[in-house]
Design a protein around this ligand. Structure first.
Ligand SMILES: O=C(O)c1ccccc1N[C@@H]1O[C@H](COP(=O)(O)O)[C@@H](O)[C@H]1O
Length: 207
């Protein structure tokens, strides 16, 4: 199966539409008020309305209140949930939607055991561990820390960009890749040329 590409942190309808036109499989909306890429329900609805129907919409949360996830699901057409904090599996699955679980990688973390805690997740998203931050930092991690046979599909993220994506995909062979800061012109604003180069690099690295 060909590699799947998610462009996260979309805040503007034109950026989502451009990501889709360039061949992204999914876009991510950040529902985390501490993020510079946080979107309101109204902003999210506008981004979703500008997308073609075949692009998946991922809603990213960090240790959210249950009510906030339910409100987002009630008002926005969301395909997949992404939990980027310390959410337990029972919480993640309780919305009865497909979900991705993010983990922040550092030496000593047993990724196989981490994945085993979320057996019904659709994928394990690996981001870099950065003290005091939950993600979206543009930081890479040592890809050799990734075990060969994870029990879940691997979504590689953390500091990927248009310069390193081809090498990353060739080295790790993930099921999917996810990028936010590495294709931005400014926080929350995507750069079309960088998105194009990223998507091309991901597809070529996978060959
Ligand atoms: O994008 C954010 O602001 C963000 C905030 C809190 C948690 C996760 C966040 N983004 C996700 O982090 C990874 C890596 O991002 P980057 O490419 O290194 O900037 C990715 O999954 C983003 O979706």
């Amino acid at each position: 199966m060909s590699i799947r590409i998610k462009i996260c942190g979309i805040t503007r309808p034109e950026d989502g539409a451009e990501a889709a036109r360039l061949g992204a499989d999914a876009i991510g909306l950040v529902f985390y008020p501490k993020s510079p890429r946080n979107v309101s329900l109204v902003q999210a609805q506008a981004v979703i309305a500008a997308l073609p129907p075949f692009v998946s919409v991922v809603a990213l949360f960090v240790n959210p209140e249950r009510e906030w996830v339910e409100e987002v699901l009630a008002h926005c057409s969301i395909d997949i949930l992404q939990f980027h904090g310390e959410e337990a599996a029972a919480f993640c699955r309780s919305f009865q939607r497909p979900y991705l679980k993010a983990v922040r990688v550092k030496p000593g973390l047993d990724l196989t055991a981490a994945a085993a805690q979320y057996p019904d997740a659709r994928g394990l998203l690996t981001d870099a561990f950065v003290e005091g931050a939950h993600g979206g930092t543009g930081t890479t991690f040592d890809w050799t820390l990734l075990p060969a046979n994870l029990p879940l599909p691997l979504i590689l993220s953390g500091g990927l960009d248009d310069q390193n994506i081809k090498q990353a995909v060739a080295a790790v062979r993930p099921a999917a890749v996810d990028v936010s800061s590495g294709v931005e012109a400014a926080k929350g604003i995507k750069d079309a040329a960088r998105m194009a180069a990223f998507i091309s690099g991901a597809r070529h690295g996978a060959v």
